[in-house]
Design a protein around this ligand. Sequence first.
Ligand code: APR
Length: 308
Amino acid sequence: MSKVTVIGAGNVGATVANVLAHKDIVKEIVLVDIVGDLARGKALDTWQQAPIDNYSTFLTGTSDYKDTANSDIVVITAGIPRKPGMSRDDLISTNANIVISVVKSVLEYSKNPIIIVVSNPLDVMTYAAFKASGLDRSRVFGMAGVLDTARYRAFLASELKVSPKDIQALLLGGHGDTMVPLPRYTTVSGIPVTELIEPDVLNAIVDRTKSGGGELVKLMGTSAWYAPGAAAAQMVEAIVKDENRIFPVCAHLNGQYGLKDIFVGVPVKLGKNGIESIIELKLNNDEKALLQESANAVKEVMDVFDKM
Ligand code: APR
């Protein structure tokens, strides 16, 4: 029975805690925020939902890292969200300082946790967490691809008027406008999506997916939380249940896909040890070029971080 800590009790963090509690698969969730009463309030609210929705996962909120001691998994959502007109990269210096201090505080009380980063700009915040933690690369990774493929699958389901359950999809690259949805690896109950949707319509869906986060920022004045929170909770579930699920995850590459010392989204097998393995696809030249372009964009932001 696991202990999961969620750092940041804002929109995304509170949703991770709430969705995860509903899965009833972990013993305890600790919600941490610098605003301690916010964490305490949201944890108490979700605990009071337990008798209604039938789960036993116990939730507490705190601003004291002592309460996070011996966490198996830590989800980091602390940081500022995007406002209209901001790119994810605009958040870099503020959120990097937050993520680094959070990681250091977490590691004072938990020796070898698995860390899932959600704060943006995602790829670089994951890199910052990895460097600050000194943990193995299999234990520090970021949530982006599960969300981005969910958006892609939802758009495809709307277009085809089918259940999103039946849409399987894969996506590579950074969590930004250069992400690479892969129509060649997208199927609807086994049927290649390219047989069901005309190329121009499919391209429009791919483009909408790439700016899917921005679409919501425009609508709501802040970034999304329901699907991001559920996506992080699904990754926690795969680890806690040792499911060996295959998800696109922001992972440290060490030569895979011809990329070295960079964090970008690739398909991985997720199980009890975190990233059990990275799966290398046989990309065609166009896909390789798009991934390289995305990696270059991530590297630029990583360089900004390295010079900070
Ligand atoms: N330690 C703990 N919590 C912190 C810290 C810190 N050092 N700094 C900020 N926080 C908390 C804030 O107090 C706030 O409650 O992080 C929370 C962030 O919540 P929101 O402002 O609601 O932002 P949210 O929409 O949840 O997004 C959080 O996730 O998806 C990404 O781009 C998004 O980077 C952003 C992050």
